[in-house]
Design a protein around this ligand. Structure first.
Ligand code: THU
Length: 129
């Protein structure tokens, strides 16, 4: 299956649906992420919080961690859809994972941006010696 079979709207709907499974008892802010891989598969993630607050993980990072554990690598992804505006740390992840674009909800709008637009002048692998 090619990545073109799932529209951005459908991918965001998948993110909306999976957000219900978030484990967010502290913030009560449920976030869902659905990533479309180039092979057509959709990998979903949710935020998972912890009583030790800083240990919580964002929805984007659970989605990409799950994908990598299943064998996907940076560059294997086409689109990421998120139910919230990605935090700064997740923007760094989105850049590293090499998605073409990110579709996300922000204040009632649906926004589409590239990782470079989300994180200009970024630090990345090519900056390392
Ligand atoms: N959160 C995400 O899952 N992704 C983001 O990009 C923004 C923030 C989560 C983290 C925390 O569980 C909750 O939203 C409130 O910050």
């Amino acid at each position: 299956m090619s990545a073109g079979t799932v529209t951005d709207e459908e991918l965001l709907a998948r993110a909306d649906a999976v957000a219900a499974r978030a484990y967010a008892p502290y913030s009560r802010f449920h976030v869902g992420c659905a990533v479309l891989a180039r092979d057509g598969r959709v990998i979903e993630g949710v935020n998972v919080e912890n009583a030790a607050y800083p240990l919580g993980v964002c929805a984007e990072r659970t989605a990409f961690s799950r994908a990598v554990a299943e064998g996907y690598r940076p560059g294997d992804f086409a689109v990421a859809a998120v139910t919230a505006s990605p935090c700064g740390g997740c923007r760094q992840w989105l850049l590293e994972m090499g998605v073409e674009r990110v579709v996300f909800r922000n204040g009632g709008r649906v926004v589409t941006m590239t990782p470079n637009e989300l994180l200009p002048e970024s630090f990345e692998a090519s900056d390392l010696p």
